[in-house]
Ligand binder design. Structure first.
Ligand code: SAH
Length: 258
């Protein structure tokens, strides 16, 4: 029996897969990728004769049955996941049937689209004395949010908030942020297809106008919404510098200048 690897493909750019993920793709006898989200380019790293399938039309049962069947034929089988496998990736639902079938498995981390979106706009999730916390979440759609996790509640912390799977719910994002005490002219960033070569779109707006801007840019899928008090900080005149590089700050690797 072979082993099934859940590999984070990264956000889209095939160069943003990890070195380990790339090596495993080269060694794999079979690869199942989510064609609706993972760039087909990632499968370019696959070796010759590799059995490659798209899971686009498959149910969860089809997927796990495919992985178990291929693990009986190959040493290395890969389930290629978009971004990082631990975020909105149905990882546990796939691991359980493999465990039940006695198939060995392991997870390889990937670059999440949350990070690629910030990179696309040269923005920082954290900034000294502005916010030191990041919330990765989604707005309630068909999947209900657990108690205490509505955007209205989370947003009261005024931290950086990355919203997955929510681009069609921008009206709700506005409603909830305003209810949490944000203002209509607070900045919002939307990035579509972050890191996809030639396809990435970066749109800035305000809580009031971001929906209209996305509509005119025809952004309706595969997009990250970021609300953060750090947005646009590159243009700020007054910036609290990180203590790590502060000349008067002593840490393990450097003594303060006096
Ligand atoms: N595990 C993935 C998220 C899967 S959920 C990760 O770590 O990134 C799918 C959602 O992720 C999409 O609805 C969108 O909000 C976001 N997403 C995935 N790829 C993206 C990309 N390249 N650019 C912007 N958002 C992306």
């Amino acid at each position: 029996m072979g082993k099934v690897w859940f590999v984070g493909a990264g956000p889209g750019d095939p160069e943003l897969i990890t070195v380990k993920g790339q090596r495993l793709l080269r060694e794999a006898g079979a690869i199942l990728y989510a064609g609706s989200l993972v760039s087909e380019a990632c499968t370019l790293w696959a070796g010759e004769g590799c059995d490659i399938a798209d899971s686009k039309g498959m149910t969860l049962e089809d997927i796990t049955a495919w992985l178990i069947e291929k693990a009986a034929q190959h040493d290395t089988v890969i389930r290629l996941q978009t971004g990082d496998p631990s975020l909105y990736g149905a990882l546990i639902e796939m691991l359980q049937p493999l465990d039940a079938a006695g198939v060995e498995s392991e997870v390889v981390a990937g670059v999440s689209s949350a990070f690629a979106s910030m990179a696309a706009a040269s923005e920082s999730m954290t900034l000294p004395e502005v916010t030191q916390t990041v919330i990765l979440t989604r707005v309630e759609g068909r999947t209900p949010m657990p108690e205490g996790e509505s955007l209205r509640e989370l947003a009261q912390h005024k931290t950086t908030i990355c919203m997955f799977l929510s681009i069609t719910l921008l009206h709700k994002v506005r409603e909830e942020l305003l209810a949490a005490g944000w203002a209509d002219d607070d900045k919002i960033l939307v990035v579509q297809k972050a890191s996809w070569p030639g396809e990435e779109k970066v749109v800035y707006g305000t809580i009031a106008n971001i929906r209209e801007k996305c509509r005119s840019e025809k952004i309706a899928a595969q997009a990250m919404i970021v609300a953060s008090p750090t947005l646009g900080a590159r243009d700020w005149q007054e910036l609290k510098k990180s203590k790590l590089y502060d000349a008067s700050f002593t840490h393990r690797f450097r003594k303060a200048e006096v």
